[in-house]
Design a protein around this ligand. Structure first.
Ligand SMILES: Nc1ncnc2c1ncn2[C@@H]1O[C@H](COP(=O)(O)OP(=O)(O)OP(=O)(O)O)[C@@H](O)[C@H]1O
Length: 225
């Protein structure tokens, strides 16, 4: 669904990612690890076409990104749900409206999707929190709300950047099981994480490929994980 081929990228002329290949096929499950600053978030941004590679090709859903105009990119992005590392929300809007923002942004009336939104809130265990304001939510509730927002347009690909960064182990497992469940529905999932215990735990639930980004290169991590 998303394919990077020979991709290089750097900020301000400093090379970061070099000649990297990656294919996120339907139903695949990837973990992306690597030291802080290795470029994991940058790689996710390349996958959802927020960044354009300096070299190499990216194609999304069979279309070369280079041939897409602004509208084409916007359309493809709707098929990619992103859980950002910092889970930002609009603090003055209740949770329900925050989760529905991608609908509003793509011109779809929230009212027509009321049932989907409640089902999604229930699925992530936030059904009683629809009216809460984001600052009233705990870390784990914010992470689950960010996941719900990423899923509201029923994407085919889910990219999650440190989705368990600020939560305890029990909540990490809960988030992991939601992502595994999505993968079982056929969605491609990629999780960037430092948490090697989470990766070990996932291996009993899903056939995951573990990639390690280091010094600009992407390797398949060994059996030591
Ligand atoms: N917009 C930017 N402009 C310039 N440099 C940037 C920008 N964004 C990231 N960088 C730099 O690129 C490098 C990789 O950043 P990135 O956030 O992709 O790494 P990461 O592997 O996700 O790190 P972490 O695990 O700490 O989240 C870092 O050195 C960072 O300072």
């Amino acid at each position: 669904m998303i394919e990077l081929s020979g991709v290089s990228y750097g900020y301000d002329g400093r090379p970061l990612i070099q000649d990297l290949d990656l294919a996120l096929a339907p139903g695949s499950f990837h973990f992306l690890t690597g030291p802080s600053g290795a470029g994991k978030t940058t790689l996710l941004k390349l996958c959802y076409l927020e960044l354009t590679p300096d070299k190499g090709q990216i194609s999304a859903f069979g279309k070369p990104a280079k041939q897409l105009g602004r509208d084409g990119i916007a359309q493809l992005r709707r098929r990619v749900g992103v859980v950002h590392q910092d889970c930002r929300f609009l603090d003055h809007l209740p949770l329900l409206d925050n989760i529905a923002l991608p609908l509003a942004a793509s011109g779809q009336p929230i009212e027509a999707h009321a049932a989907d939104i409640s089902a999604l809130l229930e699925w992530v265990g936030l059904d009683g929190r629809a009216d809460a304001l984001p600052p009233q939510l705990s870390g784990g509730e914010r992470q689950r709300a960010a996941l719900a927002r990423a899923l509201i347009l029923s994407p085919d690909v889910i990219l999650a950047d440190e989705p368990t960064g600020n939560v305890d182990w029990e909540m990490s497992l809960r988030l992991l099981s939601l992502l595994v469940e999505l993968n079982r529905m056929g969605k491609a999932v990629l999780i960037a994480t430092h948490d090697l215990n989470l990766i070990r735990q996932a291996k009993s639930q899903v056939q995951a490929r573990v990639l390690r980004l280091r010094a600009g290169r992407l390797d398949v991590a060994g059996a030591d994980l």
